[in-house]
Design a protein around this ligand. Structure first.
Ligand SMILES: [Zn+2]
Length: 150
């Protein structure tokens, strides 16, 4: 189940169905944001692990199988020295170096590649030779998609 109902353009407010391959608004080129039916939300998180506990808040069609490498559930670590220095008692830092490819970008690519597979895409592209490229390559390989990056 997902609470995502589709996408909406930040600029002209055009609405686009959830099962659409679009990165920008087809009418004006504006950025798209996910729309939700939050009246149906059941927070706190549901069952499952990692980021997929929040699946109903992710824009992935309900019948789509997530592509996962076990991302999420990284620890929050106390950083007392930094907390004192910044004057923020109880400050915690999330250690996303423990993600499958060592990057927080794994959450985004887990979702993006899951979405691409749900649309029946067979290949993908990202503009990165750094950790985004590595993350995309890992998730594309898990999904059986051909990956290209620059
Ligand atoms: Zn628009």
């Amino acid at each position: 189940m997902t609470l995502a109902t589709g996408f909406r353009c930040d600029d002209c407010r055009t609405r686009i169905p959830l099962r659409t391959l679009a990165t920008l608004c087809p009418d004006c080129g504006g950025l798209l944001e996910v729309e939700y039916d939050l009246d149906r939300a059941h927070l706190p998180a549901g069952s499952g692990s990692g980021m997929w506990r929040w699946r109903e808040l992710l824009p992935l069609p309900a019948d789509a199988e997530p592509v996962t490498l076990g991302e999420g559930d990284t620890p929050l670590l106390p950083v007392p020295g930094l907390a004192r220095r910044l004057g923020i008692p109880g400050l915690l830092v999330k250690n996303d170096a423990l993600m499958p490819t060592g990057s927080f970008k794994d959450r985004g690519f887990a979702l993006a590649v899951s979405f691409a597979r749900s649309l029946g895409l067979e290949r993908g592209f990202t503009y990165s030779s750094g950790n985004a490229g590595a993350s995309f390559a890992a998730y594309a390989a898990r999904a059986g998609l051909a990956a290209t990056y620059w």
